[in-house]
Design a protein around this ligand. Structure first.
Ligand SMILES: Cc1cc2nc3c(=O)[nH]c(=O)nc-3n(C[C@H](O)[C@H](O)[C@H](O)COP(=O)(O)O)c2cc1C
Length: 209
């Protein structure tokens, strides 16, 4: 399966990318086709007003590499692992901008919106977080946003790993061993049981039997 890992901290050698590299290793060892990208290498601008920004054929004219990231890497992937530092109890501006910019490609005013919308759907999604604080509430805004993204795109939110650290490399010595968890998430992205019951979901008594 194709797994894209998107790291979104401006620190190219910080904690998020360490978690991302561990997930990459796990996915590779599990035999998946994997690639790790940094948002900063592709995106240099926020979303703009599409009415002003689109050219005469309806295409986005923001002059950076977002379309390469979105069309050549994100759309063809079967699974995506997002790595972000916790910034003000939310995701990094880079990762938020990645999601915002998809609008230019799925909005009805885009000539290929149908295919692009379809290409955003039905993925397996993992989340890697780095934060200085340890308390569980610090990640909730990001987890909620990714959960809603998954619901909206019929994607499947497989799991979250959080590494605690502040200085570059702190996550390496986090006693909860988030690098090992990130590696396992990469390896198991397509295999983990994921459930989201409704009252009438047929199910047996034991989850693992
Ligand atoms: C602008 C900014 C905002 C931050 N906000 C938070 C926060 O709300 N909660 C927290 O636990 N850590 C916060 N941090 C700390 C980072 O999440 C932490 O240093 C993380 O390890 C950085 O990951 P990176 O090395 O991938 O950049 C913030 C750091 C910055 C630079």
């Amino acid at each position: 399966m194709k797994t894209l890992i998107i790291s979104s901290s401006p620190r190219r050698d910080g904690n998020s990318i360490r978690l991302a590299r561990a997930a990459l290793e796990g996915a590779r060892e599990a035999g998946h086709v994997t690639e790790l990208v940094l948002v900063d290498d592709y995106i240099t601008s926020f979303l703009r007003d599409c009415r002003i920004c689109r050219n005469e054929t309806g295409d986005c004219t923001i002059d950076d590499r977002f379309s390469e990231l979105f069309l050549d890497k994100f759309v063809p992937s079967d699974g995506v692992i997002l790595a972000t530092p916790v910034y003000w109890y939310g995701m990094s501006g880079q990762l938020k901008t990645f999601f915002d910019r998809t609008f230019c490609y799925y909005a009805a005013s885009c000539p290929t919106s149908g295919a692009n919308s379809e290409g955003m759907m039905n993925k397996r999604i993992g989340l890697l977080l780095s934060s200085e604080e340890t308390y569980p509430g610090a990640e909730l805004g990001i987890v909620h946003q990714v959960q809603e993204y998954c619901r909206y795109t019929h994607s499947c939110f497989v799991g979250v790993v959080r590494g605690v650290g502040n200085k570059r490399g702190d996550v390496d010595v986090d006693p909860c061993r988030p690098l090992e968890d990130a590696k396992r998430l990469g390896a198991e992205l397509f295999d983990r049981l994921t459930t989201d019951y409704r009252l009438d979901t047929p199910r047996g008594g034991s989850v693992w039997a």
